[in-house]
Ligand binder design. Structure first.
Ligand code: ADP
Ligand code: MG
Length: 600
């Protein structure tokens, strides 16, 4: 019988490393978080070969005392908490004291560190968890970690890793999140000698977004800000959400932070997607960079270190906060996408000047960036040269623009006529607006139907001249009985017809072209599967509205379009049909003139 023995510390650390630093990106995360906790405002990350060959993290934080360096590498050694109660109030990113011991157990690690008070720093080398060297060294204040040959002594783990390129991608994502949540820190990320990311650390979040994601995203943001009082404190959300023109086929850009940490959480994801639902096609996902500040007692941060999922108390309030803040931010903007006839005109100016203009366009010019030949008045850049004035004109006009969909503007709409029997051309100020009659009407019906549904009124229904007889299984009959009033609200009239048979007397209005029993049976199936969710209702409502709306390829009278516009401007979200397609797009006179070469 084998004897029971306590494992050696080095073995324990090696086992723990499998969880704490499962892959190179998590090593980077731990080292960068340590640098942040050490008060650094410049952090440089350099990796080679996806992090397997080398990970170097340099910071200008407060360093580690020479006599504490060894301790830092002990398991559960931390300077960040002392007692169990501290877990309730911990604000640092780390606190488990597991990272350094785990990293050192599975790599060749070297740390060079110096505190402000000391003249000399210290260099400590530890390989596979065993100390190799400890010596005094001259070095700047702060800390550099070098992690070489990660997983050199756990070949099995190394085998499970993706390619270095994929791992480098994970590391890049991780650094993006850390940079986005620490706009006061200047981050620099270099992979195989190439600069991959750099932020200025000047405290401007929008500028951080610009540095990381570029102009297309930074130029299409809505500001999010909301506070909500709950029983024992406040829930606070700030940040940005992308206009619905920014879409992705996956959730990678749904980014949010809770109390400064990048996390994943179903409640927040759901709230984001629900808020965007009226604007986005299905299976399209938005860009967000949201910062939630929640009372610490609501957030369970004591989760597994390598997992990003977090759990909350009071999920309902958190959902409401996020959903409402985004809906509100989106509804404040006139979300008519502007189309460009040709690729965006770029001015023939020096690279640096162009960068400046981009920053001005999106309002993120920082003090550091101002240069001498430009003067600023009330925060609006005033530029002397004529060509540059043109570039700034979108910028300035947007500030004073009257929305297309408002009562005041409507008096000035000049309806030109119908195009391809589907679209309506409307001139307004110096833009051409193009309205999709089907999408617009669909949205009007959708909001009307939804309002009626929620006010507990019945939707319009249409009597069938000859009732349709369906025979139902036992389960279907049971579900029908339980949901009769729900189905009536949608416009169905159903009565028993003897035995297993039921008669459908009426269906939701304008659904005649759908085989009547097909729609009804689809409803029943969904109800059997327990899908009586708000989502289900919205989806079915969208379907009913789509079928009911005036089709494309149909002549409409001008008066009908005027009436449609009248209705459209009463809606809260008139710019997208329920499936997320735009109802209106615009082209500027400037774009058209450029195409005719009136402007070069
Ligand atoms: P934790 O971060 O959970 O405390 P770690 O194993 O990551 O545990 O680090 C152990 C300790 O080493 C930290 O508590 C901190 O005191 C010290 N430390 C690690 N990295 C740095 C750094 N870059 N600058 C200053 N101190 C550091
Ligand atoms: Mg740590």
């Amino acid at each position: 019988m084998p004897r029971i023995a306590l494992l050696e510390e080095a073995v324990i650390n090696k086992i723990a490393a499998g969880e704490v630093v499962e892959r190179p990106s998590l090593v980077v995360k731990e080292l960068v978080e340590n640098a942040i906790d050490a008060g650094a405002d410049i952090i440089t990350i350099e990796i080679k070969d996806g992090g397997f060959q080398l990970i170097r993290v340099t910071d200008n934080g407060y360093g580690i005392e020479a006599e504490e360096v060894r301790n830092a590498f002990l398991r559960h050694a931390t300077s960040k908490i002392r007692y169990a109660e501290d877990l309730q109030t911990v604000e640092s990113l780390g606190f488990r004291g597991e990272a350094l011991s785990s990293i050192a157990a599975v790599s060749q690690t070297e740390v060079i560190t110096k505190t402000k008070e000391k003249l000399m720093g210290v260099r400590y080398v530890i390989e596979g968890g065993r100390e190799q060297r400890m010596e005094a060294i001259g070095c700047p204040e702060g800390t550099t970690f070098l992690v070489r040959n990660l997983f050199f002594n756990t070949p099995a783990r190394r085998k499970f890793m993706k390619t270095p390129q994929t791992e480098a991608g994970y590391i890049g994502d991780m650094i993006q999140y850390l940079a986005l949540s620490h706009e006061n820190i200047c981050f620099k990320y270099i992979h195989n000698g190439q600069l991959k990311l750099q932020t200025s650390g000047n405290g401007n979040r929008k500028e951080a977004i610009y540095s990381i994601f570029g102009r297309d995203i930074a130029g299409n943001l809505c500001l999010v800000e909301e506070v909500q009082a709950i029983k024992d404190g406040f829930l606070h959300i700030t940040g940005f959400c992308g206009k619905p023109v920014i879409t992705r086929g996956n959730r990678n850009l749904e980014i949010y932070f809770v109390n400064g940490r990048y996390i994943k959480n179903n409640v927040i994801t759901e709230a984001i997607e629900d808020a965007y639902r009226p604007y986005m096609m299905t299976r399209k996902y938005p860009f967000t960079a949201l910062y939630l500040e929640l009372p610490l007692y609501l957030v369970d941060i004591n989760v597994h270190p390598s997992k990003l999922e977090a759990q909350f108390g009071n999920r309902e309030a958190i959902y409401q906060l996020v959903e409402h803040a985004i809906s509100h931010a989106l509804s404040k903007k006139e979300l008519i996408p502007e189309v460009f006839v040709e690729k965006k005109h770029s001015l023939e100016v020096f690279q640096e000047q162009k960068l400046m203009e981009e920053k001005q366009d999106i309002g993120i010019l920082s003090e550091k960036d101002s240069f001498s030949d430009r003067s600023f008045f009330d925060g609006v850049p005033f530029i002397k040269e004529e060509s540059e004035t043109v570039a700034l004109k979108p910028y300035q006009e947007e500030l004073f623009e009257m929305p297309f969909l408002c009562k005041e503007a409507k008096k000035q709409h000049k309806i030109i006529g119908q195009l391809f029997s589907t679209y309506w051309l409307i001139e307004f100020h110096d833009k051409l607006f193009i309205l999709d009659q089907h999408a617009a009407h669909e949205k009007v019906l959708y909001e009307r139907n939804l309002a009626a549904f929620y006010k507990k009124e019945k939707l319009y229904s249409q009597l069938l001249i000859v009732p349709v007889i369906v025979s139902l299984s036992m389960t279907e009959q049971q579900i029908l009985k339980e949901n009769l009033s729900f189905l009536q609200k949608f416009g169905f009239e159903i009565e028993p017809f003897g035995g297993n048979e039921y008669a459908i007397h009426a269906v939701p209005a304008d659904m005649m072209d759908l085989a009547d029993q097909e729609l009804f049976l689809e409803f029943l199936q969904a109800l059997i599967k327990g899908q009586k969710t708000p989502e289900f209702i919205l989806e079915k409502m969208a379907m009913i509205s789509c079928k009911g709306a005036v089709k494309g390829k149909r002549e409409l009278k001008k008066e009908e379009v005027i009436a449609l516009l009248d209705e459209l401007l009463t809606l809260k979200q008139p710019y997208h049909c329920p499936h997320g397609r735009p109802t209106i797009i615009s082209i500027s006179k400037y774009e058209i003139e450029k195409k005719f070469k009136r402007i070069v």
